[in-house]
Each structure stands twice: as C-alpha cells, then as structure tokens.
Design a protein around this ligand. Structure first.
Ligand code: PLP
Length: 287
C-alpha cells in the first residue's frame, strides 16, 4: 500500500508524521473521507470544495490547487490499483514548536490514504441499526462551525463513546436547544407521511455530501424533501428514519431511544433511496 505523504509516495510502514505536527499536538488541520465506486471518485469536486473551504476558514493554505489535489487523489488510487476504495485526505498545519500558535508551522502536511473498502457489516443494511440520543451536544455554529471538517473530532468521539456505553450503533446529537442535528459522522433523515425531512445545517450539522446526494435522488424520484427543524419526538413518531454518510451510505434506523421505528424493519422509502443512490455512485464524480 502506497501513501501520499510529504510530496511523494511512501510505503505504508514508512508513512509516519512528526510528533511536532500540530495536527497531532492540537488537532489543527482538516480532512475529508471520500469513496471510489468502480473507478469513479464519488462527487470529488464537492469533497475538495469542502476541504478547501475548511482550510480557508482556519487560515490553512493547502500547497496544491484543487486540480492538483484531484490529480494526486487519482494517482493514489491508481498506484494502489484500487477499483473501489475509501480515501482519506488529511491536511494538517505541519511541524512547529510546542506552542499552539500556528505561526511556527511553515509547511502543511498533505496526506492521502487509499484503502480497500471496509464496509459496515451487511446485517446493518438488512436489519437496520439502533441509535440513541446522548448528553453531549453539537457545538454551536456561532462558536465553531460544523462546516469545518477539522481534525479536532473530540466532540464526535465523545458522542460515539456514549453510544457505545448505551449499547447502540450510533449516537443522535442534539444542539444546545434540543433540536436534532446529526450522528457522530453521519446526517439524519426522517420520513413522515411520504415527505422526507432532514435538519437544516444551520442548526449544527455538517452539510454532508451524501446528504445532498440523497436530497437530489429523493427529489428526482418525486419525493418532497424539506430541510426543517425537528425534535426527538418527531424522530420517535416518524414512519422511517435513516442515516447518510460517506462511510455508511444510507442505513436504516429501526430503534431510537428504545422506540421501535416502522415495526423494527428498514422502511420502503429508505430502501428506494439506497437503491437510487447506488445507481449514481459509479457515474457522478471523477472517473
Ligand atoms: N456529519 C459529520 C460530523 C461527519 O463527520 C460526516 C462525515 O463526513 C457526515 C456528517 C457525513 O458527511 P458526508 O456525507 O459528506 O460523508
């Protein structure tokens, strides 16, 4: 396995970063998770746009253009001879001194990892998953924007730990006002009376690329999609609940805080949207 690191390709065993990298010391950096389906890098432009916007927001200058990043990602996939893969792009502040001031870091570290896919177990898709709302809240967008996909994922890790403690597969994160935002690394949708709902991102959710793809796919299929605030109650009484994300794609939720959804089975709208999503993943993107 070849990793792009320090401007060149190195073997997996040699892919190490300095302990003085502020990505390591402070979580100072940004990242993206991207999927490759049969040689097609799904919505790569959208992922790179988000990466560059995250970097811009934290005043981190990526030392490549978006076109150069596209080429580097494609090259990493080729070099590893992968047809279907998960790509992780990391840009950190780079090496500096122990103080947190980024001024001491002169060169950002750019890392691209391409791995053969480790999918979630098939039974999650067949049977759906259980989720639970947790005590940790999504950070307020006016304090730290959820649109910055930074390396500082402690908040998300804490909610995942809470989910593990409760014994469910994923956490449901609320914002400081109690509105539903998202999971630890995925967006949430509910279906009620044939209408598909997802929280507006201003409540405190990352604008997921899978989320946007599902909105497109649902509308193309003739479903009404509304981005509107909802609470846990709305989730409990929904006809269907599902999560979306680069890693999970579309996954049905069959239990929320112990409330059984749709008789404990993945819903029909969820299944249609997963099917439609899987139709576009091999063509919508960079081949
Ligand atoms: N929400 C958070 C906090 C995430 O980290 C992710 C994963 O990237 C998502 C949602 C889903 O976004 P996407 O569909 O772009 O992978």
């Amino acid at each position: 396995q070849w990793i792009f690191l320090g401007g060149t390709f190195v073997k997996k065993e040699d892919a190490v970063v300095s302990v003085f990298d502020h990505g390591f010391l402070y979580g100072d950096g940004v990242f993206e998770g991207i999927r490759v389906y049969s040689g097609n890098v799904f919505r790569l432009d959208a992922h790179l746009k988000r990466l560059f916007e995250s970097a811009q927001s934290i005043m981190l200058k990526i030392p490549y253009t978006q076109e150069e990043m596209t080429q580097l990602i494609v090259e990493t996939i080729r070099k590893n001879q992968l047809e279907s893969a998960y790509i992780r792009v990391v840009v950190s502040r780079g090496k500096g001194n122990l103080g947190l001031d980024p001024s001491s870091c002169s060169t950002p570290s750019v890392i691209i990892i391409a791995e053969a896919l480790t999918m979630y177990p098939q039974e999650f898709y067949d049977n759906g998953i259980k989720i639970a709302s947790v005590a940790s809240r999504r950070n307020r967008p006016d304090v730290l924007s959820p649109q910055i996909k930074s390396l500082n994922y402690l908040n998300n890790i804490l909610v995942k730990l809470e989910a593990n403690q409760i014994g469910v597969q994923e956490a449901l994160m609320l914002n400081d006002q109690g509105y539903v935002t998202e999971g630890s690394a995925d967006n949430i949708f509910i279906v009620k009376n044939g209408v598909v709902y997802t929280p507006p991102v201003y409540l405190g959710a990352l604008e997921g690329i899978t989320r946007n793809a599902i909105i497109d796919v649902a509308r193309a299929k003739g479903y009404e999609v509304r981005e509107s605030p909802f609470t846990r109650h709305d989730v409990y009484v929904a006809d269907e609940v599902f999560l979306t994300g680069t890693a999970v794609e579309v996954i049905a939720v069959i239990e929320v805080d112990g409330r059984v959804i749709n008789g404990g089975k993945p819903g029909s709208v969820t299944n249609v949207l997963l099917e439609e999503f899987r139709k576009i993943v091999t063509t919508d993107g960079v081949a």
